[in-house]
Design a protein around this ligand. Structure first.
Ligand code: 5AD
Ligand code: SF4
Length: 464
């Protein structure tokens, strides 16, 4: 029997032949990602499969024969953005009726969204979700041969299909999925409903993929999962995240390892110890706190309180003193009092985050928090959000500036829009702009961080 990957590779060939025959030239595709880094990675996989069909990527919808959106639904404004795009696409399709429009990802796992697309957006050709991304070639082939809207949404899957083609943005760094889904059911969050139950990839598959990536020029990997700290718990032979990191560290030629996201409830002493002794794990930890109030954290179903969070921050700073900490915070969760909010400000003051991503609570249909009483009025939330933002920015500027005057190793990523300036990133995830040329891209160089401009630096390249 053919395996799933071979079946889809076969459909890629069929799509390639059919597209060429229909168009008489190479097809052109436009692809856009919304949302988190995990979505970006899946967008790269769909882009890779489309390129394998012989399609060439273009930068505007107007030039394309295929327009593909990977959607997000973590907050309501992500959904609104997609509906906005669809309005625009409708007029493009009027000019170019052969245009194929494809929507996939988290937002498509919501029943009310699919119903709306079926009813109001009949010009969309193909809709699939988060569990059957590997089926894209087969579904797209059906789209090319049928004349009606195709919708294929799965509720969940146990299957992880390995080795599909991917189109990487950078040659020298990439994300690597180590797990899919989430089992935590934080009460505000829609992710467990649209991404399904937590599934870890086999460590051997992850290691093999990273080895191949390194052979292909990658030196930095970002290990991705909704909650990497619970990696491996449900494998037939359980493995901890710390053990996985220790194995990845041994891969020769790999220089930097990053990971995201860590749930505070599962951050183990074993992991902190691996971070302390590792030569490759970057000294950056994204540790979403969501709220500083113990009673709100309880209602959020986060399984830690203010004290435990602050304790973790202290522990990690003791083990890795130069660590850069970043976080996510939600303002305006149902029932949040002024006192609860002041607790959040206090934890921000004490924790010295380099960056905090702040979000206004967004009511997601189907989550427990959506039906909680005491939803907070918009003007109260806006006022709290602004107060939080100004504190977060003030503290962020202060903390990010702590490297001013030091020499840091920087991975050079790209040419800046301003000519003659290159942009790179330190292990602390801070951006640095410095005079240089594009031959440095993908290299690790020593840069003196001269001045901090809020959340990035201007620097000088040292003789290498
Ligand atoms: N409203 C606002 N922010 C949310 N997040 C997740 N769900 C919601 C919601 N319903 C935020 C959390 C999470 C980040 C990725 O998005 O802070 O860590
Ligand atoms: Fe959502 Fe919580 Fe899972 Fe993160 S850990 S994806 S916030 S449910």
């Amino acid at each position: 029997m053919m395996d799933e990957k071979s079946i889809q590779m076969e459909y890629i060939n069929r799509c390639a032949a059919l597209l060429k025959e229909n168009l008489g030239r190479d097809p052109r595709f436009f692809i856009q990602n919304e949302g988190c880094q995990m979505n970006s990675l899946q967008t790269e996989t769909v882009a890779g499969m489309t390129e394998s069909m012989g399609a060439v990527r273009v930068m505007t919808e107007e030039e394309a024969d295929m327009v593909i959106y990977n959607t997000c639904t973590v907050r309501e404004n992500a959904n609104q953005k997609i509906y906005g795009h669809l309005g625009h696409l409708k007029s493009i399709k009027r000019q170019n009726p052969d245009l194929k429009i494809v929507l996939f990802g988290c937002m498509m796992q919501e029943q009310h969204v699919v119903e709306k697309i079926r009813k109001d957006y009949g010009f969309v050709d193909l809709v699939f979700g988060t569990h059957n991304i590997h089926k894209f070639p087969e579904l797209f082939y059906r789209t090319l041969t049928a004349n009606s809207q195709i919708i294929d949404i799965w509720q969940d899957t146990d299957e992880i299909v390995e080795g599909l083609p991917a189109s990487r943005k950078y040659k020298f760094k990439t994300g690597v999925n180590i797990m899919f889904g989430c089992n935590n059911f934080c009460s505000y969050c829609i992710v467990p409903y649209v991404r399904g139950r937590e599934k870890s990839r086999e460590p051997q598959a992850i290691l093999r993929e990273i080895e191949e990536l390194v052979e292909d020029g990658v030196t930095e990997v970002m290990l991705l999962g909704q909650n990497v700290n619970s990696y491996g718990k449900n494998l037939a032979v359980p493995v901890t995240f710390a053990q996985l990191l220790t194995e990845i560290e041994k891969i020769e030629g790999l220089k930097w390892i990053r990971f995201m996201t860590s749930h505070p409830k599962d951050l183990s002493d074993e992991l902190i110890d691996v971070m302390r002794t590792s030569k490759k794990i970057c000294h950056h930890l994204h540790l979403p706190m969501q709220s500083g109030s113990s009673s709100i954290l309880k209602k959020m179903n986060r399984h830690y309180d203010q004290e435990r969070y602050l304790d973790l921050v202290r522990k990690i700073r003791e083990a890795v003193p130069d660590i850069s900490l970043t976080t996510d915070i939600i303002v305006g969760f149902p029932g949040e009092t002024e006192e609860d909010f002041l607790d959040t400000l206090e934890v921000v003051r004490k924790s010295n985050f380099d960056t905090a991503f702040t979000f206004i609570y967004s009511r997601r249909t189907g989550t427990p928090a959506a039906s909680m009483e005491d939803q907070i009025p918009q003007e109260v939330v806006k006022d709290r959000f602004n107060r939080l933002l100004s504190l977060v920015q003030e503290k962020g500027r202060e903390n990010s500036a702590r490297f001013e005057g030091t020499i840091q190793e920087v991975l050079v990523e790209e040419e800046n829009r301003e000519k003659g300036l290159m942009t790179g990133r330190t292990q602390y995830n801070l951006l640095v702009h410095f005079p240089g040329n594009s031959s440095l891209i993908g290299r690790y160089v020593k840069v003196k961080l001269d001045t901090c401009r809020g959340f990035y630096y201007f620097g000088t390249l040292l003789a290498q």
